[in-house]
Design a protein around this ligand. Structure first.
Ligand code: IMP
Ligand code: MG
Length: 193
C-alpha cells in the first residue's frame, strides 16, 4: 500500500506500509479469549451483563468473546470518533453512534480492542457513568500501557503489548488489515529516491 507524506523539505515521499512480524498467533489469541470468557462467566453469574462493544475494531474480539461466555448476556455497540493524539483533552473524542438500549440498572461491561493513551475509554466511561448502570467495568483484549495519560481501572486484560503500532484481529491501519486472523506489527518503508 502506498500513500504520500510530506518530508520537512516539502518534498513528497512515497511511503509503503505492509504487515510486519506476527506478535500473537490466532491460536494464542483464541486461547486467551477463552480464558477471558471463562472469567467473565464466573464473575457475572446470575447478573445477565450487557456487553458493550466499541466499533469497529472490536468486531472479531466481541464475536469470539461472546461465544466463550457461558452465561446469559446481551450485547450493544457504540462508535466513537478516533481520538486525535495531538489534542490533550477528551473533547477531541466524539460519539458517532450511541447505544440502542438503556443501561440504567444493568451490569455493563465495556469491550474494547486496544487501549493506548486511554483518552477514548476515559470519554466512554464518563459518558456511560451518567446513565447509572448497576456496575461498569472494562475488558480490553490488548493493552498498551506505555503511552497511558489517564488512570484507568481495567478489569479484564487479554495481553499487555509494547509501544508499537499493531494491526490484525480487528485493528486497522487506514481501515485495512482488520481481517488478519492474527496480530502483527506494521512495517513502514520510506523510498528515498
Ligand atoms: P486511545 O484513546 O489512545 O487509548 O486510543 C484507542 C484507539 O486508538 C483504539 O480504539 C484504536 O482505534 C486506536 N489504536 C491505538 N493503538 C493502536 C494500534 O496499535 N493499532 C491500531 N489502532 C490503534
Ligand atoms: Mg477501538
Amino acid at each position: 500500500m502506498v500513500n504520500e507524506s510530506k518530508a520537512p523539505s516539502g518534498r513528497v515521499w512515497p511511503r509503503r506500509h505492509e504487515v510486519g512480524e506476527m506478535l500473537l498467533s490466532a491460536e494464542e489469541i483464541g486461547q486467551r479469549v477463552a480464558e477471558l470468557g471463562a472469567a467473565i462467566s464466573g464473575d457475572y453469574a446470575g447478573l445477565e451483563p450487557r456487553l458493550i462493544g466499541i466499533l469497529k475494531g472490536v468486531a472479531p474480539f466481541m464475536a469470539d468473546l461472546m461465544r466463550a461466555i457461558t452465561i446469559p448476556v446481551s450485547t450493544d455497540y457504540m462508535a466513537i470518533s478516533k481520538y486525535d493524539p495531538t489534542s490533550e483533552t477528551t473533547s477531541a473524542v466524539r460519539l458517532l453512534k450511541d447505544l440502542d438500549l438503556s443501561i440504567t440498572g444493568k451490569h455493563a461491561l465495556l469491550v474494547e480492542d486496544v487501549i493506548d493513551s486511554g483518552r477514548t475509554m476515559e470519554y466512554i466511561l464518563e459518558n456511560l457513568r451518567g446513565r447509572e448502570p448497576a456496575s461498569l467495568k472494562v475488558c480490553t483484549l490488548f493493552n498498551k500501557p506505555a503511552q497511558r495519560v489517564v488512570d484507568l481501572p481495567l478489569d479484564y486484560v487479554g495481553f499487555d503489548l509494547p509501544d508499537v503500532f499493531v494491526v490484525g484481529y480487528g485493528l486497522d491501519f487506514e481501515q485495512k488489515y482488520r481481517n488478519l486472523p492474527y496480530l502483527a506489527t506494521l512495517r513502514t518503508e520510506v523510498d528515498v529516491q
